[in-house]
Design a protein around this ligand. Structure first.
Ligand SMILES: Nc1ncnc2c1ncn2[C@@H]1O[C@H](COP(=O)(O)OP(=O)(O)OP(=O)(O)O)[C@@H](O)[C@H]1O
Ligand SMILES: [Mg+2]
Length: 172
């Protein structure tokens, strides 16, 4: 399968179905993401955007279809393995650790491959975080917490970042 640029996509999802118990939440999702491409999922509340990301990451185990990521089939692959395959996820609830500082939160996720950003590069991108680097994670503003949640994944060298509601709390 090729994208419109003729390259094989980095992520290719075909006919993805997912269930919460007996409740059938995804009914055949198809999407492609090529390298260096940004793809946005839009839709009304409850349509399945979060569920799509969670199914790709391996957080929802009851699913079927094809999730091809860099040539590997990831359907029903658990979260710790999709993360090591190079998929990063920033959930809507952000997952900032309350008792850890900005610096400690930044250093927490393990580096999964080369090519991630250095701490200096991250602070250049998000100067707000540099100013608050010794503050406790949850004493940051909502927007600063969103920056921290995204920033900490940029360090890890993931090949593809899945962001749920990435602009929440951020000015344009
Ligand atoms: N943990 C859960 N258990 C059972 N059903 C769920 C669960 N989470 C979501 N759902 C249901 O699955 C469907 C898809 O929800 P999902 O959270 O993926 O929507 P969304 O597109 O992300 O919506 P929003 O724009 O509000 O974030 C909805 O009908 C929702 O009620
Ligand atoms: Mg959602």
């Amino acid at each position: 399968m090729t994208s419109e640029h003729g390259k094989k996509p980095l992520l290719s999802v075909r006919d993805l179905h997912a269930w919460y118990g007996e409740s059938h939440a995804l009914h055949g999702v198809n999407l492609d993401v090529a390298e260096s491409e940004t793809v946005t999922l839009l839709g009304r509340n409850g349509v399945g955007k979060t569920t799509t990301l969670r199914a790709i990451m391996g957080i929802i185990r009851k699913c079927k279809g094809v999730i091809d990521f860099a040539g590997q089939d990831l359907i029903r692959t658990p979260l710790h393995r999709t993360a090591h395959a190079g998929l990063g996820f920033v959930p809507e609830e952000r997952g900032i650790f309350a008792t850890l500082s900005v610096d400690e939160n930044l250093l927490l996720p393990p580096v999964v491959s080369d090519g991630g950003m250095s701490i200096d590069e991250i602070f250049e991108l998000f100067p707000n975080l540099k100013e608050r680097r010794n503050s406790q994670g949850t004493k940051l503003s909502g927007g600063e917490q969103q920056m921290l949640a995204i920033a900490r994944m940029l360090r890890t060298g993931v090949k593809l970042l899945l962001l749920d509601e990435p602009t929440e709390g951020l000015r344009p």
